[in-house]
Each structure stands twice: as C-alpha cells, then as structure tokens.
Design a protein around this ligand. Structure first.
Ligand code: 2AM
Length: 188
C-alpha cells in the first residue's frame, strides 16, 4: 500500500500564541519506519542524534515565529489549499555540514513537488512571509549533530513517497529536542 502523507499527531483546534510554524509533507507510519531504519544505519556510521520516527518530515516552507492571530488564520486557510499530488523517490543521503545534519532526499526534485512548493510560496508571499532566496532542496533530516559526515554511507535501495496533502506544523523545541504538532492539513 502506498504511504500517503499523514499526520503523526492529532489536529489541534487552533494555534496558541506566538508559535513556530512550518509546512511539511508528513510520511505515513510505514514510510516513517523505513526512514527510521535509514536513520539508524546512517547513525552507525556518522554518530549524532537520530530523529524519532514520528518526527520525520520534509519541510516545504519554514515560517518561523507567528503571532496567534495570523497562526489561526493560517490554520483555517490551510484546509482550503491543495498540494499537487505526486511521488518522490528517496534515493540518496546528503549532509548540511554546519548543522551536522544527515538527510535523505531525491536526486532530482520532482516537478509536482516543485510546483507544490512554489504554489505554497505564491500563497504565503503576499501574506508577508519572504520566499527563500535559495533553491528548494527537498530533504528529510535523519540525523542531527552528526560528527562523522565524511563517513556517510550509501543510501539503502530507493523508496517511493506518494503524497497528496501537506500539513501545517507547530514546532516546540524542548531541551534541544523538537516536538511537533500538526495543526491543519491541506484539502485532499
Ligand atoms: P532541517 O530539518 O533541515 O533542520 C522544523 O524546524 C523544520 O523547519 C525542520 O525541517 C527544519 O529543517 C526547518 N527549518 C528550521 N529552521 C529553518 C530555517 N531557518 N530555514 C528553513 N528551514 C528551517
């Protein structure tokens, strides 16, 4: 069965005051379990801290801190947005050296995913969130604070991620560990 994008946490009624938000694709449990095994394999070679299976995701748009009123408006409006459904081939590991991140991602950005990202920013930009200057680099962070980035192993055999919705997520860092709550889902 294909692993459709699905939230790991219940949808909350509204966002509390001053929240840190981002839009993401969220894997279903089967894909999250596969990616967790990738994280364990990568951790054995690179060290660092593996993301918990229920926190694995692919960020489409990071908004940073958002006040309660705008957050509530976003929660309501997200349910009226639509992703362009598509499939992502996760087939490689990459690193962000400065943050000690090891990630999994596609060798090439699928056009439907690029379109979903661009359409999301077409919506967000007029609302006041600046579109990132850098190109979209879709990735699922597997490890943080990895020490041995030059020892990154080859990725396991590719997996397909079929998605049809994205989610608006609140991030609550606690003691250096991210806790995420899905606040809203796009129409599907
Ligand atoms: P990362 O996994 O590459 O660190 C929640 O923090 C999500 O938003 C994570 O996926 C994280 O990406 C991303 N994120 C955090 N800060 C960001 C920033 N300043 N710009 C873009 N994405 C960011």
């Amino acid at each position: 069965m294909p692993a459709f994008s699905r939230s790991a946490a219940p949808v909350a009624a509204a966002a509390p005051a001053g929240v840190r938000l981002f839009f993401a694709l969220w894997p279903g449990p089967a894909l999250a379990a596969t990616l967790a095994s990738w994280a364990a394999q990568a951790q054995a070679a690179c060290g660092g801290r593996a993301m918990r299976p229920d926190t694995l995701h692919l960020t489409l748009a990071f908004l940073g801190a958002v006040d309660a009123e705008r957050a509530a408006a976003l929660v309501a409006a997200t349910a009226r947005q639509r992703a362009r459904p598509g499939s992502i081939t996760l087939d490689r590991y990459g690193t962000f050296a400065r943050q000690g991140i090891v990630w999994a991602g596609p060798a090439e950005v699928p056009p439907a995913l690029q379109h979903t990202h661009d359409a999301l920013w077409d919506w967000l930009e007029p609302l006041g969130w600046p579109r990132p200057a850098q190109a979209f680099k879709p990735h699922v962070t597997l490890l943080r604070r990895a020490a041995r980035l030059d020892g990154t192993p080859a990725a396991p055999p590719p997996v397909q991620w079929q998605y049809r919705r994205y989610v608006l997520v609140q991030s609550r860092p606690r003691e250096g560990v991210a806790h995420y709550q899905v606040l809203a889902r796009s129409a599907g």
